[in-house]
Design a protein around this ligand. Sequence first.
Ligand SMILES: *Cc1c(COP(=O)(O)O)cnc(C)c1O
Length: 553
Amino acid sequence: MEIGVDPDMPTYSGGLGVLSGDTVKAAADLRVPMVAVTLLHRKGYCRQILDDHGSQREEPVDWPIQDFVRPTTAQITVTVEGKPVHIRCWTRDTIGATGHRIPVLFLDTDLPENADEHRGLTHHLYGGDHRYRLCQEQILGVGGLRALRALGHNTLTRFHMNEGHAALMACELLDEATKERNAKKINADDVESVRRKCVFTTHTPVPAGHDVFPVDLAEHVLPEHTCELLRHLECLDGSLNMTHLALKLSHYVNGVARKHAEISREMFAPIPVDAITNGVHARTWISSHLQDVLDEYVPAWREDSYDLRNAAAIPGYKIWQAHDSAKKEFFKEVGRLTNVRMDEDVFTIGFARRAAGYKRADLFFHDLDTLRRIHRDVGKFQVVYAGKAHPSDDGGKDMIRRIFGAKAELAQQINIAYLPDYDMHLGRLMTAGVDVWLNTPEPPMEASGTSGMKAAMNGVPSLSTLDGWWLEGWIENTTGWSIGQMGPNGPEKADRARDAETLYHKLEYIILPLFYNERERFIEIMRNCITLNGSFFNTQRMMHQYVLKAYYT
Ligand SMILES: *Cc1c(COP(=O)(O)O)cnc(C)c1O
């Protein structure tokens, strides 16, 4: 449904889209033959505007489509709400480290021949209501497969549904299989042949995170033929659950970190759910300053992210210099966006991601007096925040206002900035330009998380609750620090006061003293982040695993 393939194309909202972009880039690096499909999102996700109190307002983003995508000859039609909807298909190549090209197709319904209510269906990413979303999923799933066929992709052997949004694609495959037999009714062999082809990745451990539509809405939006098919599959029972549909029609299902796969196995029992832990794309996320150093010491890193382990040979002062330059570059942008002047010599904490409730962006401000005391008596620190709330997420919007409130209360002592309109540009500057990457999700709500991986690749350690990828990347005092303890049965349950307390404790007794008094050891940890975590939590390793575990089975 979304892809962050170019920072200037607002066709993504957060981690899910950035991950799909990074996935396509790694596939291109590795010369994996692949085509990606998404919607055009002419009005983007949203531009975030914040007032002085942190109240968020959104504006649509207008972007020069023709500067980024080329038209194709494909002419396709799908039925939506009983009417034909014509789809135009645009394309853009992603080019890998050795020149291999992977096309990304962008579907667009904004054509004069379409009814007014259907022209806007590919305008807004995650905009509108249930009806709008289901119409989009019909365009993405059914239109997506038809676009591939129209462009001559007739020998594709695997179809990877990234989240349930694309599940109607499997219905269309089923329809193809039935038609191939010149039959009218599907049979068990058709279902089995579709299952052989399909792979499904689920991305959320929260039941509310899955797309579920009322039956009457499904019957209104989808053609009767599709509804019959869904009934046959027992997927139109009480509701239309896109995750259940995708699970039913896939032979391989995975979660995006080990813990997430474990939770998904419980949620979807008895369906087996494998784990392939997410990654990030090295060339996309490593700062230009560190890239120069890597080119000097580990020149093969662009083609082969595993080579980042050899960053062990880079002298500490080189890593520090690169980080220092990234920090200066980032602070310039902070100044430009907010007029807050950050101090380059002061320890800097970064926090940026979607402002969703479970991520607890305000946990850091649980006890302002303790923060004042640590800042005064132990060592100075400053904080940079960023993140958009979904336009209809009032809880997320309240959280941003609470952070602005704390920022105002601390203004006399502690430098705090909240950057508006967090996007891939800011993400890249920020994950490279702070000294520690803070993450405070409520376990086990974070399926994976990826921004901490971006930080790690840039030599920036994480301070994070034990959830998602961090359960696999965390080595205390070696790659960063945990918030909360690991118990005999996994991480402790979230507890606001206790989590805040351990956060402050680590800051006061370990991290600030290390940064200010034992710089050599701090740099050693920075280097470990690159060698141990950068070399593993990247999308090239992830793509190797998808090819072996999902595509070749
Ligand atoms: C990486 C990234 C995310 C995902 O961050 P998480 O820590 O995984 O939530 C969201 N938005 C942008 C712009 C990003 O670059």
